[in-house]
Design a protein around this ligand. Structure first.
Ligand code: HEM
Length: 222
């Protein structure tokens, strides 16, 4: 039997959708600054990009606090077990209705590929964007045209890292949007991130319904 399980808590959903909006907005304004198209106008695009960047940094600070205070950070520890089965599923199995090789549970909601990719986003791509973005912002001000402490006499390497990170994030979004549709039904994953609830096999919820308040699964019989 399948049961509705509360899998994404309210802060998690707020963080996910705010982050999604900010990354879209930062990509749009960033590529306008880059010169890819004209929409807001260059000067506005720069200002909006700066405001959204500050909002993103504040959101990241809250998200870091949330991940550590709830213990949810452990969900993102990469694992290589079952990774081959997961890759085979996306390349072959998914087209012949094969069962999903990783069972989603409350205590382990990410499959091994998601763990790897989200971990790389958290420890690599997003820090690169924030650090290169802040360097970009303050590059001009301290020494007017150089950062003595960092031995940078041109903004070029900063721009390169920042733009490469932006392309990596966009590639991630494209794949992410496709994978959203590969749940039990095409809308299952999207609904789960909106309502917090997802339909999961009963065995899994029973195995993983944690005894403490923090991770307790709220289930509704279907
Ligand atoms: C906290 C995060 C971020 C900060 C502090 C930041 C800051 C900046 C700054 C100061 C600039 C230069 C604007 C100017 O020339 O006046 C810039 C450019 C840019 N940003 Fe960001 N940004 C951040 C996140 C992002 C994200 C998430 C994306 C894309 C998904 C992005 C994409 C871009 C692009 C494409 C450019 C143009 C780069 C170039 O042509 O050299 N930024 N950013």
């Amino acid at each position: 039997m399948r049961k509705q399980v509360y899998i994404y808590r309210s802060f998690e959903r707020f963080w996910h959708w705010t982050q999604a909006f900010l990354i879209f907005f930062l990509a749009a304004t960033g590529f306008e600054v880059h010169g890819s198209f004209v929409f807001f106008g260059y000067q506005n695009a720069v200002e909006y990009h700066n405001v959204a960047a500050y909002a993103f940094i504040i959101l990241i600070a809250f998200a870091i606090f949330w991940h550590f205070s709830t213990g949810e950070w452990k969900q993102y520890l990469p694992t290589f077990s079952n990774i081959k089965a997961q890759i085979n599923f996306y390349l072959v199995g998914i087209f012949s209705n094969a069962p999903h090789p990783t069972k989603k549970t409350v205590l382990s909601k990410l499959n091994p590929l998601q763990r790897l990719v989200y971990f790389a986003l958290k420890v690599l791509v997003i820090p690169v964007m924030v650090i290169s973005g802040l360097l970009y912002m303050f590059y001009r001000y301290p020494q007017k045209g150089g950062m003595a402490g960092l031995n940078l006499d041109s903004v070029e390497p900063i721009a390169l890292f920042h733009t490469a990170g932006a392309f990596a994030l966009i590639a991630f979004i494209v794949v992410h949007l496709y994978l959203i549709t590969t749940g039990h039904k095409p809308t299952t994953n999207l609904k789960a991130m909106i309502t917090g609830y997802e339909e999961i096999e009963e065995d899994d919820t029973e195995k993983t319904a944690a005894p403490n308040e923090e991770t307790k699964a709220e289930t509704i019989e279907k």
